[in-house]
Design a protein around this ligand. Structure first.
Ligand code: GSH
Length: 201
């Protein structure tokens, strides 16, 4: 399978997933801002010119959460995802989708307003609002992690998605001094050799 990847982006999630599963993969690597991601050829892979995307034979799929679900369903062999009948399945889906639904929107605003926009177009009101929102979104993860090592029992696709989003948020400077469970969780994730290999890819 081929992973369309750019270092330090959400495609790290997919490389991390493959590394955890020990599945072979090929990388097609880009840099953020690479004109090749805007080419007509790449728009056949991802119509918005983004990463990650995955090619599996004749199938091409984008959206990191969908890719995680797809890979685990087709190639996971029952690992890293509870069965639909398992009691933890609903919570697994919830935390799998929480990353893009709730954490990444304020993260995106912070990235745009503090990194991507030229200084004269930045808006501190937007940064302050997003920072407050992000803190509330991380608060729910912190509360859920009380007494838990991972989000839903054993390490799963939900940790790939929401764990990565928490790691990115902290990397951007989110204050988790009042969220000890998240701080410890992210430290645990960062110790995983598969994640270390994915960051280096
Ligand atoms: N919801 C999408 C977001 C994809 C996305 O925005 N990827 C960013 C990198 S983290 C990207 O490719 N940006 C390139 C660009 O906007 O030109 C997912 O989870 O896959």
């Amino acid at each position: 399978m081929k992973i369309f990847h750019a270092p330090n982006t959400r495609s790290v999630r997919i490389v991390w997933l493959f590394e955890e599963l020990g599945l072979p993969y090929e990388l097609e690597k880009y840099r953020l801002g690479d004109p090749a991601m805007r080419s007509p050829e790449y728009s056949k892979v991802h119509p918005m010119g983004r990463v990650p995307a995955l090619q599996d034979g004749a199938t091409t799929i984008f959206e990191s959460g969908a890719i995680v679900q797809y890979v685990l369903a087709r190639h996971g062999g029952g690992r890293m995802a509870p069965e639909p009948a398992a009691p933890e399945f609903p919570q697994y889906l919830q935390w799998l989708h929480y990353a893009e639904g709730m954490i990444m929107p304020p993260v995106n605003t912070i990235v745009v307003e503090t990194i991507l926009l030229p200084p004269e177009r930045r808006n501190q009101v937007n940064v302050d609002r997003a920072t407050k929102l992000l803190s509330r979104m991380l608060g729910a993860v912190d509360a859920h992690l009380e007494g838990r090592e991972f989000l839903t029992g054993a390490f799963s696709g939900a940790d790939i998605m929401t764990g990565h989003a928490c790691t990115v948020a902290i990397g951007l400077g989110a204050d988790v001094s009042d969220k000890p469970n998240i701080a410890a969780y992210v430290a645990r994730l960062n110790e995983r050799p598969a994640l270390q290999r994915a960051w280096a890819a």
